[in-house]
Design a protein around this ligand. Structure first.
Ligand code: ZN
Length: 399
């Protein structure tokens, strides 16, 4: 169920006639989502609801409110079909703006006071993609004012920035397929959504049930960093295995945990035989590539100000390059750092790598272009690995 079912009505009826239907639909949708995410527990508040209803590229779950879409759908639809209307009504004596449209335009002005909607009052100046223009304007405004509207804490602000990271929300688009590892239990999926919607999950100050050393905190910061199984090593291995499977299915020959005798830390000064997470054969100009996975948590050492989303992954990437790229090059190998963070956002080299894998898949089989299922699958793997960590440390009453 989604707003798509209502779209025709929203596009063709004046906004003020839809008010009742819109609020009833939104109330029902909120109840349904709340039930999925917290299942009767508290903490699904207005902030969580607002976040869930933002588009994915702005960090939301893409569950649009009818109220938001209703603010622009009528005007956009009219502006888009102007020529057609003129043609159909050419003998009807209707010229220029009708009061319906005028009224809807005034309503829109209330929702988007900063947007210059002057262009919409004339068919020669109306933007060519009114739907997109208005949706972008409205949702960008909502996202921008989120911090103020909800008086977000530094942590909340940081999480919101992370959710907007490159490819961070792509896992939401995957179709559940067991054989591809694209399945999660209800508890796992719910836990991931809670983590992203900043819903407290753990009792504060209780000892971690797995390592029995550290203290839990309500948002799961320790759970993400705990070293005991299933800890971040588990997540790392899981993501590596899925990446290996993506390569295999793309027809790219690769070996996981392949021993290469030059991947050593020069500061250690000794030859520790360190395997490459994935050794991809004949990747660039006939050279083999060592792919090195690094998962980081962007919220480590979060300070009041100066948080930059994506910085943790980019820093991890350049650290790995400093460490291994030279040794790889000297031994006729290419080094590819593959850094990602707990929210699923990817560092530039990882994006480049996956984009190229995607291209190989497109050229091998005739899948429709533009579908980024490689990113979705990898993103899902990151979240599934994280879910295992978070769920293992949940108090049993929540499971
Ligand atoms: Zn622990």
């Amino acid at each position: 169920m989604g707003v798509a079912k209502l779209l025709f009505g929203l596009r063709t009826c004046q906004p003020h006639l839809m008010e009742d239907a819109v609020s009833r639909f939104d109330d029902g949708l909120r109840k349904a989502i709340e039930d999925i995410v917290v299942g009767g527990d508290p903490f699904f508040g207005d902030l969580q609801w607002r976040l869930a209803s933002l588009p994915m590229r702005l960090g939301g779950l893409g569950l649009f409110l009818a109220r938001d879409v209703g603010a622009y759908a009528f005007v956009a639809s009219r502006a888009q079909s102007w020529e057609l209307q003129d043609h159909i009504l050419r003998n009807g004596g209707v010229v220029g703006l009708d009061p319906d449209y005028q009224q809807a335009l005034e309503c829109l002005n209330v929702s988007l006071p900063d947007l210059d909607i002057g262009g919409f009052s004339n068919k020669d100046t109306a933007p060519s993609k009114p739907q997109k223009t208005l949706a972008n304007a409205l949702f960008s405004k909502i996202a921008q004012s989120l911090g103020e509207a909800f008086d977000l804490s530094p942590r909340q602000k940081a999480v919101f920035e992370c959710l907007k990271g490159p490819h961070a929300q792509e896992f939401l688009t995957v179709i559940p397929i067991e054989g591809l590892g694209q399945c999660m239990s209800a508890v796992e999926y719910r836990t991931i959504l809670k983590y992203r919607l900043m819903i407290p999950m753990y009792p504060e100050d209780e000892t971690c049930p797995i390592c029995r050393k550290a203290c839990m905190d309500k948002y799961g910061e320790h759970a993400v960093h705990c070293k005991e199984l299933p800890g971040f090593k588990y997540r790392h291995d899981w993501v590596r295995d899925v990446l290996g499977d993506i390569l295999r299915r793309a027809g790219i020959s690769a070996k996981k945990e392949a021993p290469v005798n030059f991947l050593t830390d020069p500061t250690e000064g000794r030859s520790t035989l360190r395997p490459a997470d994935l050794l991809v054969f004949g990747w660039a100009g006939g050279k083999h590539a060592c792919v090195d996975l690094t998962g980081v948590s962007p919220l480590v050492g979060l300070r009041e100000n100066g948080f930059v989303a994506g910085l943790a992954a980019t820093k991890a990437e350049s650290k790995k390059v400093d460490k291994h790229a030279k040794a790889c090059a000297e031994n006729q190998h290419v080094f590819i750092p593959f850094a990602f963070d707990t929210f699923g956002s990817l560092a530039p080299e990882a994006i480049n790598f996956l984009t190229r894998v995607q291209r190989v898949i497109h050229s091998n089989c005739s899948t429709p272009k533009g579908q980024g299922f490689v990113f979705g699958r990898l993103g899902f793997a990151i979240q599934k690995g994280l879910a295992a960590q978070l769920v293992a440390r949940l108090p049993s009453v929540l499971m």
